[in-house]
Every structure is written in structure tokens, then in C-alpha cells.
Design a protein around this ligand. Structure first.
Ligand SMILES: Nc1ncnc2c1ncn2[C@@H]1O[C@H](COP(=O)(O)OP(=O)(O)OP(=O)(O)O)[C@@H](O)[C@H]1O
Length: 487
């Protein structure tokens, strides 16, 4: 079976996910261990999806499809860990996606189950392969790269299978699925800095308008999250929110994704397909990375925004849609206009109002709250951990912070996050810039206190171990704890 045409973007998979020889060596080194213990993880995957009421019927029926699905999942795991990541790999994943769709499994549940599976694999790695912590961390990063790619492929396989079924499914049904998928992901925005309060105020104030809104900010600052919040606050909230990222697709595919195509419009267009504007009809379309949109598509987009009309690729028929547009960019569109890369008229259309998301390094006060949000209640950390985080520059913004926390959780012993388990680049730079260097206003007493308190906390209040670690007697430790009022 051929992978769907939209998979052109994955053609050179290895390059797409930036896998190098070292990555492959690392995965090869742990492959047998992961495969030998994969059965409970695969069972867990099916336990998770069997919770879905729609699929409970199929799963509990002892249907032979389940055995088949488990078999293909094992096959997939073997191939994920062995490569090569070529069109056979895509075809295999596509078949799994199509089978899931055929028996009514929801994309949402598959994605939830896949993320459980990711946790299971990472836990397994951490449990059985602790001899070289640095290597372990790098291996987890490689595994995450592979799983990120795989998740993108399976999400696409669903979209493609749904769209292929769209002649049978009613449009509402299709919209519901897309909406459900988007809703499922966490939409809670965290942060109390002045800049974020302004963002919340703008979201509230724009609730009543149907006009397009432009969200501007560096990668990972939460633009998609804000788009979801804008959609939820709007009168379209009961309708679908459809998301497309212009940077992820080449121009020709993007055109057909956005505006649809007719059968025979180009080689491989074996059936007519509605574009995302049609799928989002009556709801919201969020166009991410709009600055990447090529000139011809900018003109076509302008036309939909002006009068709601569009033509599918290869069709002369005018169609009308009513879609609320949200757009995001990490480029400065004013500069793009100056350079002749973005149409000024389109800019004024989409930029009725701009929400500016500041980079994390300009709202370091939010870091603590974000860390609590990403860890949940059961985790602690020492002050050194927070110090490093607060001093790092976060070029990848909140996404990078979230990933760093996830990795530190995996490597933590018990329930305390330690600075030394942070990714090396963060630990190095965050430590260099940390306070207490010459010129810092912190006095010696304060430094002493925080060092003692940290150590005490790291050893969970065990005085003998704390005293040993600090190289002082227990009596001295008692005195210092009392003096500094450390409990
Ligand atoms: N203020 C925030 N509160 C909680 N989570 C956040 C916040 N900002 C970002 N995140 C999380 O960080 C990750 C990246 O966010 P998101 O995808 O919205 O960023 P983005 O700006 O759209 O990135 P890109 O430009 O790369 O697409 C997501 O997991 C999101 O949930």
C-alpha cells in the first residue's frame, strides 16, 4: 500500500527528525532490552484505548482484530527501534492508522495511548539501563525524536483516513472529530507576569469579535495555546477549531490542504477532497506560521477573507465558507512586507488585532508557576534547580522548559528534581549566570543559609547525612539550623 501523498513531507525521514549515526547506535544498544519487555507496554496501550466507549464494544468482544492490532504494534515497535525509516515504515504506520479508523478508534484515544506508551518505554529504559546516566539521557532524547516523528505520522494517517472517508461521513461528523482532537490537548495557560495578564485581558476583550486575530511570538511561547483560548472564548466555541501549520508542508500540498482539490487535479489526486477551510466552515481555522505562506496562496487566502469564496484546486466551482481566522507567526510581518515577502493588504486583513506573546526570558517570574504546572503536586526541587532555570535564557521558550522538566522527572530519584539532571546545555549556561558570583548583592550569610537549606532538603531532613555532606559535625549542623531558622 502506498503512503498517502501528504507524506511527501516525511520522505527523507532520517533527515526530517535529525537522526545521526550516534542516535542510531544508541537506540541499537538498547533495542533488545526494550523489545524483550514490550508486551506489558503494548497491553497498556490497548487497556487505554479500550476505555473509549466507542471502542469498548470491539475490544471486549475478543475480536481477532485486536490480536491483529497488537501484532502490528509489536511489528511497529521493532521497526521503530531498528529502522530504516523509509516508505515501508510510513506504509506500516499508515495501515495501523487506517485500521484504527476502520474499527472506529478515535485519534484522541490513540494519541493518549501513544503518550502512555512513550512514558512506558522511557520508564523501562531508565529502570533497566542506568549504568551510564549521560548516555541514558541522550538515548531518551533520541527515543523522543523517533516517537515525535511517529506521532506526527499517525496523526496524519488519521486525518488522511478521515478525509478519505469523508464522502461517507457527514461533514459534521468529521468536524466533531477534528474538534475533539484539538480539545483533548491541555489548554490551560499559566503565568502571572504583567505581560501574561495583558494577554488574558486581550483574550477576554476579543471574545465578542469575529475578526481575525494575529498572535505573534517566538517558537514555543504558547501561540497555539492562545489560539485555543481565543476559540473557546468566542461564539464559535461549540464549533471545530482546525489547525494547520504552513511551515510543515510544501506549497503545492498546502494549497490542497487549505482549499481542497478535485479528483484528477494533479497526479495522485484519486478522489476529491475538501480543504480545511471547508472542514472548518462555521468554526475557526488557526493558520500557524502564516509568514511562511507563499505569494500565490497569500492572494487566495486574501480572497476567502474578503468574501468567503474559494475554489478547490482543479475546480471552477465557487464555494462559500464562513470561517473565523486566527493566525500566528514568529516572524516580524512588517519586515516581511518591507522585503516584499508578505502582502501588505493581507497583513491588514489578518492583523485587526495582535496579541504579542513575550519570550520566557522576559517573564522569568512565570518560571516557578510553569514548573509547578508541569510537575504536578507530588514533586519537589531544591533551590539550585530553580536558580538554574531562572538564569537560563530559554531560546525554545515554554516548550523547552516543559521538555527539560519531563527529562528531569524521568531521571529523578524519588520525588525531587535535581539541577544536575537538567539537560547539559541548560545546566551549564544556567549555572554560569547563576547569582552568588562576584558583584552579587547576596551576602555570605544568605549564601550559607541557602546552601545548608538545599542540602538539608536534598537529604529529606536527615541530619546525619546532611552533616556528612556538608563536612560538619551534627552539633554544628543543629546550631546552624537553629541560627538560620531552617525547619
Ligand atoms: N503559558 C503557558 N502555560 C502552559 N503551557 C504552555 C504555556 N505556553 C506554552 N505552553 C506549552 O508549551 C508547548 C508549546 O506551546 P505552543 O505549541 O502553543 O507554542 P507555539 O508558540 O505555538 O510554538 P510554535 O511556534 O513552535 O508552533 C505546549 O506544550 C504548550 O502547552
Amino acid at each position: 500500500m502506498q503512503p498517502p501523498e501528504s507524506y511527501e513531507k516525511y520522505l527523507d525521514l532520517q533527515q526530517y527528525i535529525d537522526l545521526n549515526d550516534e542516535d542510531l547506535r544508541r537506540i541499537a544498544a538498547v533495542r533488545e532490552r526494550l523489545l524483550a519487555h514490550s508486551a506489558p507496554i503494548i497491553d497498556d496501550f490497548y487497556t487505554e484505548i479500550s476505555r473509549h466507549p466507542q471502542t469498548a464494544r470491539v475490544i471486549t468482544g475478543g475480536n481477532s482484530q485486536i490480536a491483529q492490532l497488537k501484532f502490528s504494534l509489536r511489528q511497529w515497535l521493532r521497526q521503530l527501534l531498528s529502522g530504516p525509516y523509509d516508505s515501508d515504515y510510513l506504509a506500516l504506520r499508515t495501515r495501523v492508522g487506517q485500521r484504527h479508523v476502520a474499527i472506529g478508534l478515535d485519534q484522541v484515544y490513540t494519541c493518549v495511548a501513544l503518550s502512555r506508551m512513550r512514558n512506558g518505554l522511557i520508564r523501562l529504559l531508565s529502570d533497566t539501563w542506568q549504568e551510564a546516566p549521560d548516555e541514558l539521557l541522550l538515548t531518551i532524547q533520541t527515543l523522543n525524536k523517533l516517537l515525535d516523528l511517529d506521532q506526527a505520522i499517525i496523526e496524519d494517517a488519521y486525518q488522511a483516513a478521515f478525509l478519505a472517508q469523508s464522502q461517507n461521513l457527514s461533514k459534521e461528523n468529521l468536524q466533531l472529530r477534528v474538534a475533539l482532537e484539538r480539545e483533548q490537548r491541555s489548554t490551560h495557560i499559566v503565568g502571572n507576569s504583567e505581560a501574561m495578564l495583558e494577554v488574558y485581558r486581550l483574550i477576554d476583550r476579543t471574545a465578542a469579535t469575529d475578526k481575525p486575530i494575529l498572535i505573534q511570538g517566538e517558537s514555543g511561547t504558547g501561540k497555539e495555546l492562545v489560539a485555543k483560548a481565543l476559540h473557546r472564548a468566542s461564539r464559535f466555541s461549540g464549533k471545530p477549531l482546525v489547525v494547520i501549520n504552513c511551515a510543515a508542508l510544501p506549497e503545492s500540498l498546502l494549497e490542497s490542504e487549505l482549499f481542497g482539490h478535485e479528483k484528477g487535479a494533479f497526479t495522485g489526486a484519486i478522489a476529491s477532497k475538501p480543504g480545511l477551510f471547508e472542514v472548518a466552515d462555521g468554526g475557526t481555522l488557526f493558520i500557524d506560521e502564516i509568514g511562511e505562506l507563499a505569494g500565490g496562496l497569500q492572494a487566495k487566502l486574501l480572497r476567502v477573507l474578503e468574501d468567503g469564496s474559494l475554489r478547490r484546486v482543479g475546480s471552477v466551482k465557487e464555494r462559500r465558507v464562513n470561517v473565523r481566522l486566527l493566525a500566528a507567526t514568529n516572524r516580524d510581518l512588517a519586515i516581511e512586507i518591507e522585503k516584499g515577502r508578505f502582502r501588505e493588504d493581507l497583513y491588514y486583513r489578518i492583523n485587526v488585532l495582535t496579541i504579542l506573546l513575550p519570550p520566557l526570558r522576559e517573564r522569568r517570574g512565570d518560571i516557578l508557576q510553569l514548573v509547578s504546572h508541569f510537575t504536578g503536586k507530588s514533586w519537589n526541587w531544591d533551590s539550585r534547580f530553580m536558580e538554574v532555570l531562572e538564569n537560563y535564557s530559554w531560546p525554545g521558550n515554554v516548550r523547552q522548559l516543559r521538555n527539560a522538566i519531563e527529562r528531569t522527572k524521568v531521571l529523578a530519584e524519588e520525588d525531587t528534581l535535581l539541577a544536575e539532571n537538567l539537560p547539559p546545555e541548560i545546566l551549564r549556561t544556567g549555572s554560569e549566570l547563576a547569582p552568588h558570583k562576584p558583584g552579587s548583592e547576596a551576602d555570605l550569610e544568605t549564601i550559607n543559609r541557602s546552601h545548608i537549606a538545599d542540602t538539608f532538603k536534598r537529604y529529606s531532613g536527615n541530619k546525619a547525612r546532611t552533616a556528612r555532606a556538608l563536612g560538619i559535625s551534627r552539633r554544628t549542623l543543629y546550631r546552624l539550623l537553629e541560627k538560620h531558622a531552617i525547619e
